[in-house]
Design a protein around this ligand. Structure first.
Ligand code: NAI
Length: 333
């Protein structure tokens, strides 16, 4: 078996020892910070990244020995697959670590909104023990629209059944057997938007899904509906969502992801990026969404359970071991 040099970026500090033990046998370097043009290690043969580390064409050009990329995430829109393909560098992900984890977070957002949980907690902590103005809504008997019925969307549909919700789904590649097993119905996107009380997004960010939820599609949603996004920020046109919330057309949104969310962590990045005007606008709209009284925004935290993180590292090391044995598993590019 080959022993390629593995360089890991964005590893969670508390999991460093766990990852080191798993990577025993491979020469490796572990960074808890993100991959940047400055931190790119030219000795890397295997690059391990997380969503905050963009593996761009420019960064790949700084890694002359690079032969394999594996991301510790399900989504891989932070990796330039075209640039990797040109250099014949295969790319893998961790396809299933979070199928229940992210679905549970989606329900945390749904229940947080429907029970006005955060406003309630804040009020009590401020010393006002009073339920007036905090009336919520049952989810039993309501219709949940699931966009994307892959690993996570399927778990959301299954959990929704436990709450006695009706479930409609839309997927570019419907899975009729799954619909039958879990008892949901596939419909076209406009029908899902028109009929659902709560819409939850579980499709990947692709050119085809970029701003899938835009002004036109938001206008199809039921008045007073809720939108949940734990997939990727770029799937929702944030400006159109803000307008729908401000007009009262939507009653609320639960968002674990925002377009260009990395700019919220490091505002200086806005200035460093091209298309500064667009980035500034997105950042402003993101801040308005965060401050909106009818939103709950969490910091891309849906994946972040103790169990899921160990699964991520186990699968990532399996991907690397498989690569070292000449096989590519969990290939996405
Ligand atoms: P998956 O690949 O199992 O399922 C995605 C589903 O979306 C598939 O059924 C696919 O056919 C469908 N799809 C593709 N294009 C579509 C389109 N244009 N319209 C409608 N449906 C479409 O992925 P999985 O594991 O369910 O994850 C979904 C997404 O969740 C990931 O791509 C990732 O971006 C996001 N995610 C977010 C996390 C977080 O911490 N917030 C953690 C893990 C994943």
């Amino acid at each position: 078996m080959l022993k390629p040099k593995v360089v890991v970026y964005n590893l969670w500090p508390e999991l460093k020892d766990y990852a080191r033990a798993k990577l025993r046998g491979f020469p490796h370097a572990i960074h808890t910070s993100a991959l940047t043009p400055v931190s790119a290690d030219p000795t890397a043969e295997v690059l391990v990244v997380f969503i905050e580390s963009a593996a761009t064409k420019d960064i790949m050009a700084r890694l002359p020995k690079l032969r394999y990329i594996t991301t510790m995430s399900t989504g891989y829109d932070h990796i330039d697959l075209g640039a990797a393909k040109k250099r014949q560098i295969p790319v893998s992900n961790v396809p299933t670590y979070g199928e229940n984890t992210v679905a549970e977070h989606a329900f945390a957002l749904i229940l947080g909104l429907t029970r006005k949980l955060f406003e309630s907690v804040k009020r009590v902590k401020e010393g006002r023990y009073d339920f007036r103005g905090l009336r919520g809504m049952d989810i039993k008997g309501k219709t949940l629209g699931v966009i994307g019925t892959g690993h996570i969307g399927a778990n959301v549909a299954r959990m929704a059944k436990g709450f006695e919700m009706a479930v409609l789904a839309y997927d570019a590649k419907p899975n009729p057997a799954l619909a039958q097993t879990l008892g949901f119905t596939y419909v076209a996107l406009p029908a899902l938007l028109k009929k659902s009380d709560i819409v939850t997004i579980h499709a990947p960010l692709f050119p085809a899904t970029y701003h899938l939820i835009n002004k036109k599609n938001l206008a199809l949603m039921k008045p007073g509906a809720l939108l949940i996004n734990t997939a990727r920020g770029g799937i929702v046109d944030a400006e159109a969502l803000l307008a729908a919330l401000n007009s009262g057309r939507l009653a609320g949104a639960g968002l674990d992801v925002l377009e260009d969310e990395n700019l919220l962590q490091n505002f200086e990045e806005v200035m460093r990026h091209g298309n500064t005007e667009f980035k500034l606008k997105t950042t402003l709209v993101n801040n308005l969404l965060i401050d909106h009284p009818n939103t709950i925004v969490t910091p891309h935290n849906a994946f972040n359970s103790a169990e899921a993180l160990e699964r991520i590292i186990n699968v990532t090391v399996d991907n690397i071991t498989s690569f070292a044995q000449g096989k590519i598993q969990n290939r996405v590019g």
